[in-house]
Design a protein around this ligand. Structure first.
Ligand code: IPE
Ligand code: IPE
Ligand code: MG
Length: 250
């Protein structure tokens, strides 16, 4: 059985591995899911958005504190304009329709990724969503939209260079800890578990710095078919691993 959050742990006093504090998911396989059913890719993306709703609930119930979802990469602009437009339409719909429900459920929603490149109304919706949910204390939902980790790192390096130029920082003060504060994820703990659905085994420019010591799980299920059981499965697998961070095994 899964241990649902820290409360339960304290109550039982049982020495078990807690659920990950932060799960990050590369939601892949929408297109293949649709294709295998003779449906347009849009149908896969639409179904994928419904799974997001379910995963948010699942993570809340399991006592996960942070859930990061990779929804659109900075490389996804390479797709046909019609697919990009479909995806933007779904973000619009999701952000409009789900906001009240997320807020009611005490979810704090944040976004990582370059906002400048997004349609203006979506950038506005992002700001409104962050503002409205800013004081919520439940699940932290981080949506990665127009996100690319290499670009995030470059932006951080530029900001560090500027601070050095201005005399606010010296080169010797730059540590891993200090650098992480320049990333978009500054106040978000590193992911404990990075999951990728659909069988691909790569990070595709996702949280390259932050996932330095994450456990990785590659699941052979397309995102639209990812269920609560799948989520519980990857968490159970995570709980069975020994995280060593470079030290000797027990
Ligand atoms: C993930 O599914 C959604 C996005 C990347 C936006 P894909 O659209 O990549 O689906 P596949 O990988 O082509 O099956
Ligand atoms: C990664 O999936 C991005 C998202 C899930 C949003 P892709 O389908 O774009 O990745 P590649 O192209 O297969 O590496
Ligand atoms: Mg894909």
């Amino acid at each position: 059985m899964l241990v649902r959050g820290k409360m339960r742990l304290a109550e039982t006093g049982v020495n078990v591995v807690p659920v990950p504090e932060h799960i990050a998911i590369i939601m892949d396989g929408n297109g293949r899911w649709a294709k295998s059913r003779g449906l347009p890719r849009f149908a896969g993306h639409k179904r994928g958005a419904e799974v997001v709703r379910d995963m948010v609930k699942g993570c809340q119930e399991l006592g996960i504190n942070y859930l990061t979802l990779y929804a659109f990469s900075s490389e996804n602009w390479k797709r046909p304009a019609s697919e990009v437009a479909d995806l933007m339409g779904l973000f619009r719909l999701y952000l409009t329709r789900e906001l009240n429900e997320l807020h009611r459920n005490n979810v704090r929603v944040r976004f990582i990724g370059a906002r400048e490149g997004l349609p203006g109304d979506i950038a506005t919706l992002i700001e409104q969503t962050e503002e409205k949910t800013r004081r919520n204390s439940g699940l932290n939902l981080v949506m990665a939209i127009n996100y690319g980790s290499q670009n995030e790192i470059i932006q951080a390096v530029k900001a560090v260079a500027k601070d050095v130029e201005k005399g606010r920082l010296t080169a010797s003060e730059i540590t891993e800890h200090c650098f992480a504060a320049y990333l978009e994820t500054a106040d978000i703990p590193d992911p404990d578990l990075v999951v990728r659905t659909s069988g691909e085994q790569r990070l595709s420019n996702f949280l390259l710095w932050q996932a330095a010591y994450a456990e990785l799980a590659f699941v052979d299920v397309h995102w639209p078919d990812f269920t609560r059981e799948c989520l519980e499965g990857v968490i159970r697998d995570y709980q069975s691993r020994e995280r060593r961070y470079g030290s000797s095994s027990k």
